[in-house]
Design a protein around this ligand. Structure first.
Ligand code: ATR
Length: 281
């Protein structure tokens, strides 16, 4: 049997944690396979993708700055990647190269794991931010039947998203946050505010609906000031590390034929690496 190979395609790509987590699963399942970083400049992406079959790649992940560029070389784009406007996973299906986006699966899978039952009777999700992570969050919430209120400093960007995703999504300026929180079943921060080295996220959770779950997609630090404030008020909290782990599950299954699990051991492996590299916040 030939060795199955997968990649993470980026530029630069050396910082990626994907080799560590896929390497963990390959070893755990004793699979004859590899997961390699491919640092490819923008002008060489076309050649790389068209050479995938000949080079024996089963597929791979795509990261910055190629998430949009690879789309034109795919034979098919899945619905999520179309809606999010970005591909993060490539695989072959019936000989066709498929471009998909699993970020929303990571986001929702992480919620299911860390806050089981979060969507029982949940109606409203307030999402802070209007970038790529916000798109994944909106898509995931709509899939689970929630309405979404997008809050962004630049309200025009929130309006664009609301226009794109339809009538279940509304756009708001930061000044409306408090009013929205009173009726929120879920609060998700997708901005970079509160990340190590970034300005703090200024938000007052005192009016947040009782029982609401608070989710920060940031994982450096693991427990952001937002999550601390929420936990102190008795809310269930979800950190961003699980999103990174869960978004990888489908890709691994496509390339290597085994559906891997997100376990406490895997989570600890990545936390240890964050600590070792001084990135734990
Ligand atoms: P990603 O793709 O990771 O989601 P992004 O596209 O750069 O990242 O989006 C970053 C988000 O954080 C945006 O919603 C941005 O708000 P603007 O659209 O107004 O720029 C938000 N953000 C970043 N810095 C901010 C700040 N200092 N104050 C308020 N919002 C900020």
């Amino acid at each position: 049997m030939t060795t199955k190979r997968a990649f993470v395609l980026g530029h630069p790509v050396s910082h990626s944690r994907s080799p560590m987590l896929h390497g963990h699963w390959l070893a755990l399942h004793a699979i004859d396979g590899s997961y390699e970083t491919k640092d490819v400049a923008p002008d060489a992406v076309s050649d790389f993708i068209s050479g995938m079959r000949a080079e024996g790649w089963a597929g791979g992940n795509v990261t910055i700055p190629h998430k949009l560029a690879v789309m034109r070389y795919c034979d098919r784009i899945d619905d999520a990647a179309q809606q999010l406007g970005a591909v993060n996973t490539l695989w072959f299906e019936d000989g066709q190269l498929v471009g998909g986006n699993t970020d929303w699966i990571g986001l929702v899978g992480n919620l299911d794991e860390q806050a089981p039952g979060w969507d029982d009777d949940a109606r409203n999700a307030v999402i802070l931010g209007a970038g790529g992570a916000a798109r994944a969050a909106i898509y995931g919430m709509l899939k689970r039947g929630l309405s979404v209120q997008v809050v962004n400093r630049t309200v025009e960007k929130a309006r664009e998203l609301a226009g794109h995703f339809g009538s279940q999504v509304s756009a708001h300026g930061t000044d409306e946050t408090e009013v929205l929180l009173a009726d929120a079943d879920l609060l998700i921060n997708t901005t970079s505010l509160g990340m190590k080295g970034q300005p703090p996220l200024e938000i007052d959770l005192s009016g947040l609906k009782e029982g609401a779950v608070v989710y920060d997609v940031i994982y450096v630090p693991l427990e952001t000031a937002l999550l601390k404030q929420a936990a102190a008020k008795g809310h269930r909290t979800v950190d961003g590390l699980g999103m990174l782990l869960h978004q990888a599950v489908d890709g691994f299954e496509h390339w290597f034929g085994v559906r891997p699990e997100v376990t406490p051991e895997l989570r600890q492996l990545i936390i240890d690496d964050l600590v070792a590299k001084g990135q734990a916040g």
